[in-house]
Design a protein around this ligand. Structure first.
Ligand code: NI
Length: 168
């Protein structure tokens, strides 16, 4: 495994639609492992392939529990992820992004989503996510469509040194 370099806006790869993965090969497995390591080193809670310069539809998310800080982290690797169901409820909250260093913004997202895609073995997965996990999935899937949070944020501001946000 290797830590890959994270690309920042306005790099073109972050502003274009990523291509669907049609074959899960050895190169895909290496990319997945590298993305997991890159996410952990960053550290962050979610990373999309375009953020390491690869224009492919692949995300990794590692997150625990909104309510319980000590809950074990759960790792999700989703190839060709799609949101197939959303709640009617929308929630506004603060986001930051590894590709937009030093900035934060308020973004409105669905309170809950159902995501479908493939795991790293090519098997179909379906994930019900709510709260922060739902937000992370929406943020990462946006990356695959060339959208960064600053494109839809209502308010954007520069983080002060002492402010600490988990990046996605
Ligand atoms: Ni991001």
């Amino acid at each position: 495994m290797a830590v890959r370099e994270i690309v920042f806006i306005p790099d073109a790869v972050l502003h274009r639609k990523a291509r669907k993965i049609t074959e899960i090969n050895q190169q895909t497995q290496v990319l997945i492992d590298d993305m997991i390591e890159t996410l952990r080193v960053a550290p962050g809670v979610g990373l999309a392939a375009p953020q390491v310069g690869i224009s492919e539809r692949l995300i990794v998310v590692e997150y625990g529990d909104d309510e319980d800080e000590d809950a074990p982290l759960k790792l999700y690797v989703v190839i060709n992820p799609e949101i197939i169901k959303t709640s009617t409820e929308m929630i506004k909250d603060v986001e930051a992004c590894l590709s937009v260093p030093g900035m934060a913004g308020t973004v409105e997202r669905y309170g809950a989503v159902v995501v479908k895609g493939l795991n790293r073995h090519g098997q179909p997965v379906r994930i019900k996510a709510e709260g922060w996990l739902a937000r992370i999935f929406q943020h990462e899937i946006d990356h695959l469509d060339g959208i960064v949070f600053t494109d839809k944020a209502e308010k954007i501001w520069k983080l002060k040194d002492e402010e600490d946000y988990t990046d996605v």
